[in-house]
Design a binder for this molecule. Sequence first.
Ligand SMILES: C[S@@+](CC[C@H](N)C(=O)[O-])C[C@H]1O[C@@H](n2cnc3c(N)ncnc32)[C@H](O)[C@@H]1O
Length: 267
Amino acid sequence: MTTSNYIMDNKDEILRLDLKTNLNILEKQVLWAGLEPGMSVGDMGCGPGKTTHHLNSLVQPQGSVTGVDISLDRINHANAHYLDDGIQYVLGDLRDPLPLGSYDFIFLRFVLEFYGSCAKQIINNLVSLLKPGGILCLIDLDHNCLSHYGIPDRLEAAIKGVMGALEESTGFDPYAGRKLYSHLYDLKFEDIRVDVSCHHLIYGDIEASEAFNWQKKLEIAAKNSGYGFKEFNNGYEGFKEASQKFFNNPRRFTYTPIICCCGQKPR
Ligand SMILES: C[S@@+](CC[C@H](N)C(=O)[O-])C[C@H]1O[C@@H](n2cnc3c(N)ncnc32)[C@H](O)[C@@H]1O
């Protein structure tokens, strides 16, 4: 297995993913995409298993879910905390052909953003695991981390600098969301549907889980991006301080568009 492009990897990533995963939103997204009881599901880039476990509850009776992730830590956590009848977890890299079964429904959320240059390769691998007529549900952010109001100019410039550095050094794609429709169109998928809504909508007092999420994004992704933080005399520390001040100010307004796209593999 090659190394992951997953820039968020660190010891607290299981906790961050567990805290930020909202099961009501997940359920709304997959029911919109056509998930039904009895289906066999691939939860690709499943993280610590919280999504897989909930998807499994939605396909009972007689359904099943395979959760696949590149991180041994998260697969171990999933096996320890989110295993149930109908669920299996597999350690695997979505960039490689995967020796798995064939599925009625494949779910890929918040993964393509880490793979600007090999998104097509990942999608082609997943399509080969989908039954004819099966549903592929792709969900990702657009203009990722870049839409804020009330933000100081130098902080905004530094955030743009970080995103640019991540694009260059890791292949991170802050615009993965807007590309989802075209992936399915190019593959001649049928009944393609798109929904656009808001992720990270923050105004007023920030919730503890959102604050933790942003703190981790700053600590991990921004710090490791290689960006120099030239806007601040004391570099990263100044950036961190300004970010915390901004996110803790109830006047700021922040959101990120989230794009859901689903379609059926041609029969
Ligand atoms: C942001 S999390 C999303 C988790 C889950 N899909 C969700 O919607 O909450 C991305 C997950 O994709 C996994 N991942 C990243 N690159 C991968 C790859 N090449 N193959 C398999 N999993 C990968 C990471 O390890 C991480 O657990």
